[in-house]
Structure formats: structure tokens, C-alpha cells
Design a protein around this ligand. Structure first.
Ligand code: ADP
Length: 481
């Protein structure tokens, strides 16, 4: 069987609507016709009962034994049965009276079902000429003799009324469906028209036009809701695109600086002849820049892996103080070069369940900043402790501090408070972004407190692990892989 499915939603809606309405109307026509027919027939039956009761009062047997219908108020020439279709028979079916209107026709010679003693019955039938009639019959005692009165009325008027009603209803049926169909189609078109506008607008949106949004006619209806959800998705997409664009631009910019430095050092070095020391010096500078480049590329790789969720945490249980000591050991030389006093102290019982290498790198970044931004001879204090169910590392420095307007941003990628100065000291603004990501990947948080007169304290809080080190709290482990 071939099923035709209309292409447009509005056509489908209209077809559904008209079909359902057609079904309801058909039921309505059938129910109201049946109801009308039954109530007309009840009225007819009621009239027949009245007729029978009238006739019963008029019946008597004459002296010759014949049944007489005595009418008290009949006009001259009028039949005593007043033109009724009537037959009176004995319970055995012998005819006692036959109205003139019946002529040669009979209402039935054999007893009707239910016509016995005290019986009353009604039924529809047809006269031999095909005229539909309704017959009522009732058992009655005339004196001591039982008779059965059969009275009939034509059902023609009843069928006539019934036919009229059905005709009117059936004529109205297609008109009602046509009007409803047109109205439904217009309504569906109107209601769905915002969808077309949205589709046209959505077609125009591409990577270059992500700032465009779908129009919202009524924010409270379903289409408005759809447009809002779509717009929210676009906003997120736009934000991701923007971040990606910024990341690519920032990364290229950062990569260019050491590359330019390497080239410049090389070109300047080649411009004049020199001795071995001269070339060693040049190569040393170039290697320094290359090291910087390598660190930058490593940071970029870490960040991009973190973004795409491709970093697998290799967790073990260990004392946080041990990792902090290892980290400070890596930057100790720098602190010594600047004559700074770098101290590490704290609680050996603060255990964490974490990726040791990743966490150590995060702590190195924070201590390295403290060393970088603290002045010659300054003090840097690293403390490890426990609070509630958290293991805490605090790194306090004696640097210039960070102005309040920058504090909310320093954990963002490529954010530098003083671009030139921190680039000079080797930073690309990625260190703290890596710290934040790696601490949060372990279910922890980073914090920053700065004093009014300089000096900052960076805090790293991690979920504490049971000393056995089997597992950390589940909620805190945000492993990626
Ligand atoms: P960078 O590698 O350039 O230092 P970071 O992400 O580690 O990048 O730090 C971001 C910025 O935050 C730095 O440019 C610096 O301006 C500021 N900053 C970080 N740590 C400190 C600190 N201990 N004292 C003062 N400023 C800091």
C-alpha cells in the first residue's frame, strides 16, 4: 500500500486536524440521528398507548356476540375507530374487528411474540404495500372475554423527520470540514511561520557570523523556547570559537617572540667575525631562547591536552609535603641566585591521591612565580597543612603583590599583569592556567590572597586521601582520559 505523507508540517497538521474533526462530526451525526429517531419513536409509542387506552374504553360485545366499538362523540359519517389502523383479535388470533382504513391489509393474523395474557408489545413492521408502520398490541378483557387490541400508526412522518435531520447534518458535514480545514491550515501556517523565519536566519549563520541570533517572537511559547535554547547554544559556540581564536592568536604571538630572538641573535652574531668565545656566547643565547621555546611549547601542549580532555591522571597516594619539597628543590637554585630565603615546612601526614608529576609541576609553577616576582633577598615561605578533609599548600612571597583588578584574571590563559616584564622573566601567562586546571582536575581549588602592601599567598587545596592511599573521595576525582 502506498502511503502518502505530506511534506509540510502544516499540511500534516491540517490533515490530522480535519481527520479527527471528521471522526468527531461523524460520531456526532450518528449519535444525534439515533437519539432523534429513538425519541420520535418513543413519542409514537406513547401516542399508540393513548390510542389503545381510548379504544379500550369504547369496546363492548353486542347481544349478537359481535364486538362493537361504540364512539360517544363521533361526527356523523365518521368511523368509530376515527380512521385508526386497528385490528382486534382473540388471543388465539381470530379476527374480531378490522378498521376500514386497513382495507384488505392486516396487521398480522398470528399472535405477536409477547402478546399473551396481560402482554403489551410494540414493533415496527411494514404493510403489504411497503408503508412502514409501528404496531402496538395489548391484551384486554371486554367483560369476561379476552381480546388483543392491535393499533398501528404510520412511521412515515418519523422517517421523514429523521431523513431531514440526517440530510441537513450530512450537507453541513463537508462544509464544516472544509471550513475547519482552511481555518486549521491558516492557523498552522501562522503558528509555524516563526519556524521558517528561524530556519532562514539559521541558514545564514556560519563560523564567521556566529554573533547572529534567531529571532524570538514570543519567549514564552514552545518556538520561543526552541529559539532561546538554540541561541544559548550559539552563544556557547561563539564563546568557544572566540577562545580558540584567541588561543591561536596568543600562541602564535608567544611563539614568535623566542623565534625572533633566536634569529636576531644568529644574524647579529654572523655579521662580524669573532673568536670561539664569541660564537659560544651566541650559541648559548640561542639555546636559552630555544629552552624558552621548548617550555612554551610544553605548556601549550599541556593546556591543549587539558582542553580536549586527553590527559590521563596517573594517581597514587603520597604525602603532599614530599611533592612540595621536590618542587621547591627544582627552583631552589633560582632563589639562591637572587639571595632569597625559601623555606618549606608543614604536616607530613597530609596525604593526597593524585598524579604526582602533574601536581608537582603545578606547585613548581607557583613557587617559581614567587621566586620570580619576589625581590633580591626576599623571603618565600611554603607551608603544607590540613584543614577539615583538605590538604593545603600555601606559597607566600614578598613580591609586589597583584592589584585587585588583575586578581580575577591571573588564572586565565596568556594573562599577564605586566606583559613586558613577565615576558622578560620568561613567562607567557600560561603557568597559573596550568596550575588551576591541574588542581581542579584533582578535585581541588586554587586561591589567592594579596596584602595591601605587597606580597601574595597562593593556596592550593586538595581532597585529603586516607593514609592507606587507596582512593580519594569520588566527588573530588575528576579524571580525564
Ligand atoms: P607567567 O608565566 O607569565 O608568570 P603566570 O600564569 O604564571 O604567567 O602568571 C600570570 C601573571 O600573574 C604573571 O604575568 C604575573 O604578572 C602575575 N603573577 C603570578 N604570580 C605572581 C606573584 N607571585 N606575584 C606577583 N604577580 C604574580
Amino acid at each position: 500500500m502506498i502511503r502518502v505523507r505530506p511534506q509540510h508540517v502544516r499540511t500534516r497538521l491540517t490533515v490530522w486536524y480535519v481527520s479527527v474533526l471528521g471522526g468527531i462530526l461523524a460520531l456526532y451525526v450518528a449519535a444525534s440521528s439515533i437519539f432523534l429517531f429513538l425519541s420520535l419513536r418513543r413519542e409514537l409509542d406513547h401516542s399508540l398507548v393513548e390510542d389503545i387506552e381510548t379504544v379500550e374504553g369504547l369496546l363492548k360485545f353486542g347481544p349478537d356476540g359481535n364486538l362493537i366499538l361504540s364512539a360517544a362523540h363521533t361526527d356523523p359519517g365518521e368511523e368509530p375507530d376515527q380512521g385508526r389502523l386497528m385490528e382486534i383479535v382473540t388471543p388465539e388470533g381470530r379476527l374480531l374487528y378490522h378498521s376500514r382504513l386497513l382495507g384488505a391489509r392486516t396487521l398480522g393474523t398470528a399472535p405477536f411474540p409477547g402478546e399473551g395474557k396481560d402482554g403489551y408489545s410494540e414493533r415496527s413492521s411494514k404493510l403489504p404495500d411497503g408503508a412502514p408502520i409501528r404496531i402496538a398490541s395489548r391484551f384486554h378483557m371486554v367483560g369476561t372475554r379476552p381480546v388483543v387490541i392491535r393499533l398501528a400508526r404510520s412511521e412515515q412522518p418519523l422517517w421523514g423527520e429523521f431523513r431531514n435531520l440526517v440530510t441537513v447534518l450530512l450537507l453541513g458535514f463537508p462544509i464544516a470540514l472544509a471550513v475547519a480545514g482552511l481555518g486549521g491550515y491558516a492557523l498552522a501556517r501562522r503558528v509555524l511561520s516563526p519556524l521558517q523565519t528561524m530556519a532562514r536566519r539559521a541558514e545564514r549563520i556560519n563560523a564567521e557570523r556566529l554573533s547572529e541570533r534567531l529571532p524570538i517572537e514570543n519567549p514564552k511559547d514552545e518556538l520561543g523556547h526552541l529559539a532561546r535554547v538554540f541561541n544559548d547554544a550559539l552563544a556557547r559556540l561563539e564563546q568557544s570559537f572566540e577562545q580558540l581564536r584567541r588561543f591561536t592568536a596568543d600562541a602564535s604571538h608567544e611563539l614568535r617572540t623566542p623565534l625572533t630572538a633566536i634569529r636576531t641573535v644568529g644574524e647579529v652574531g654572523l655579521q662580524k667575525e669573532g673568536d670561539t668565545w664569541h660564537y659560544r656566547d651566541i650559541i648559548g643565547s640561542m639555546l636559552e631562547e630555544a629552552g624558552r621555546l621548548t617550555r612554551l611549547v610544553d605548556s601549550l601542549l599541556t593546556i591543549s591536552r587539558a582542553e580536549t580532555g586527553h590527559v590521563q591522571l596517573n594517581r597514587t597516594s603520597f604525602a603532599l609535603l614530599d611533592a612540595v619539597r621536590e618542587a621547591s628543590g627544582l627552583v631552589e637554585v633560582l632563589a639562591e641566585e637572587k639571595g632569597q630565603n625559601l623555606t618549606v615546612e608543614g604536616d607530613t601526614g597530609a596525604m593526597v591521591y593524585a598524579d604526582r608529576v602533574l601536581l608537582r609541576q603545578a606547585i613548581v609553577n607557583v613557587i617559581d612565580n614567587a621566586v620570580k616576582y619576589s625581590p633580591q633577598g626576599g623571603a618565600i615561605s611554603v607551608r603544607v597543612g590540613r584543614h577539615a578533609n583538605q590538604a593545603i599548600v600555601e606559597v607566600e612571597d614578598s613580591g609586589p603583590g597583584i592589584a585587585p583588578e588583575h586578581r580575577a584574571h591571573i588564572f586565565e590563559r596568556f594573562y599577564r599583569v605586566d606583559g613586558g616584564r613577565s615576558r622578560e622573566s620568561g613567562g607567557a601567562g600560561l603557568g597559573l592556567a596550568i596550575v588551576k586546571w591541574s588542581v581542579e582536575a584533582h578535585g581541588g581549588q586554587v586561591s589567592l590572597i594579596c596584602g595591601d602592601n605587597g606580597g601574595c599567598t597562593f593556596g592550593i587545596r586538595l581532597p585529603i586521601s586516607a593514609v592507606t592511599g587507596v582512593s580519594a573521595p569520588v566527588a573530588a576525582s575528576k579524571e580525564r582520559g
